[in-house]
Design a binder for this molecule. Structure first.
Ligand SMILES: C[S@@+](CC[C@H](N)C(=O)[O-])C[C@H]1O[C@@H](n2cnc3c(N)ncnc32)[C@H](O)[C@@H]1O
Length: 368
């Protein structure tokens, strides 16, 4: 137990819990569309790459699945159901009697994730034993060689922390005037990239311990095309717009400039090449699939500033409240809605052709 993580709330920024109008559960249609778009790829990776003859099981013959960064339902339930059905199908093809295989699903997220909502909304007809696992996926979460399938969707661009230099006014990487890694300042981008590399290495090393040999890990993550700065993507522009709402509060004398300068998103979108390099250098997994998603269309075709605000708020409210307190949150997001209505790039359909690339990666734990 020595190197297991001790509770670290500092890096924890849960999505808005519950099932209300502002909750993540009700405002994650894009992430859900990604989960749905990944279904066939997951099925295909399992059919082709999961080999029951070589997988290790304990006496209970239980197939163990973990969803890392699951948030609340229902996206995670859709993802695990698809994994379960694909594994069952594969097992049936090889064994004729799938009833002898049982399933356990571990739902992981930060300690302050709304696990109560997750548990209350578990599908009643599920065919798995459900377990909540609190803690950071950048550390060990499970005993050695116990998992058969790890899944993580739209979570790994969250860094374990904002790099130190970013908030150091004496550093050339001081990110003054921005709340994200815009990609325009070389030193800032370098600091964020180094943090991402370090975090990814921790993630891969921890999972390599926990997965059985031959076990699969699927990662779905947003990436940037080579040479495109984050602030030139639709998502980056939206984050910059949110940043400008904070500057407005400074101009109104409601918060200090220092308070805004010390606030940064712990988010980084790597390029596909950066990811490949990290996985290759780690050397504990073979890359079985690396595919780019076709542009994701989340159902709602027309732009709505209110909906867009709710979606961004469901993700970032916790982080912003922690830094600025709750007092100005409504004002910030009301201003954000008004600003989005003024932004022609949002109405003109740029969002549908944004530069961000969603990537599907299937890795296999190399046998020791
Ligand atoms: C945008 S949500 C995605 C949730 C879900 N996978 C989906 O596709 O809808 C990202 C989730 O990752 C979680 N997360 C971020 N960093 C994490 C970490 N280091 N350990 C565990 N969970 C983390 C957040 O708390 C959040 O619930």
């Amino acid at each position: 137990m020595g190197d297991l993580e001790t509770k670290n709330l500092a890096e924890s920024h849960a999505m808005v819990g519950g099932y209300g109008a502002q909750s993540y559960a009700k405002n994650s249609s894009y992430q859900r569309a990604v989960v749905n778009a990944a279904k066939e790829m997951v099925k295909d990776a399992i059919a082709d790459k999961l080999d029951f003859k070589t997988l290790e099981f304990d006496a209970s013959n239980t197939f163990k699945i973990a969803d890392l960064g699951c948030s609340t339902g229902s996206n995670t339930f859709i993802a695990v159901q698809n994994i379960l059905e694909s594994v069952e199908q594969n097992y049936l093809n090889e064994h004729q009697n799938p009833s002898t295989l049982e399933f356990q699903v571990f739902f992981n997220d930060h300690y302050d994730n709304d696990f109560n909502t997750l548990f209350k909304t578990l599908p009643p007809s599920r065919k798995y034993f459900a377990t909540g696992v609190p803690g950071s996926f950048y550390s060990r979460l499970f005993p050695k060689s116990t998992l058969h399938f790890v899944y993580s969707s739209y979570a790994l661009h969250w860094l374990s922390k904002v790099p130190q230099e970013i908030v150091d006014s004496k550093s050339p990487a001081w990110n003054k005037g921005s709340i994200q890694c815009t990609g325009f300042v070389k030193e800032v981008a370098k600091a964020y990239a180094a943090q991402f590399k370090n975090d990814m290495e921790c993630f891969l090393n921890a999972r390599a311990e926990e997965l059985v040999g031959g076990g699969l890990m699927v990662i779905v993550i947003s990436t940037l095309p080579n040479g495109i700065p984050m602030s030139n993507t639709a998502e980056g522009k939206i984050y910059d717009l949110l940043g400008s709402c904070l500057i407005d509060l400074v101009k109104m004398g409601l918060i200090s400039e220092e308070k805004v300068d010390s606030f940064n998103f712990p988010l980084y979108y790597p390029t596909c090449e950066e990811l490949e390099e990290i996985i290759h250098r780690n050397g504990l997994f073979s890359t079985e699939r690396m595919k780019v998603f076709a542009p994701i269309v989340p159902g709602e075709m027309t732009f709505s500033a209110e909906r867009s605000t709710s979606q961004i708020r469901a993700v970032f409210e916790g982080l912003m409240k922690e830094h600025f307190g709750g007092e100005f949150i409504d004002q910030i997001f009301n201003n954000f809605t008004a600003k989005q209505l003024e932004e022609t790039f949002l109405k003109s359909g740029v969002l549908k052709n944004h530069n961000k690339i969603d990537l599907f990666i299937a890795l296999k734990r190399i046998m020791n």
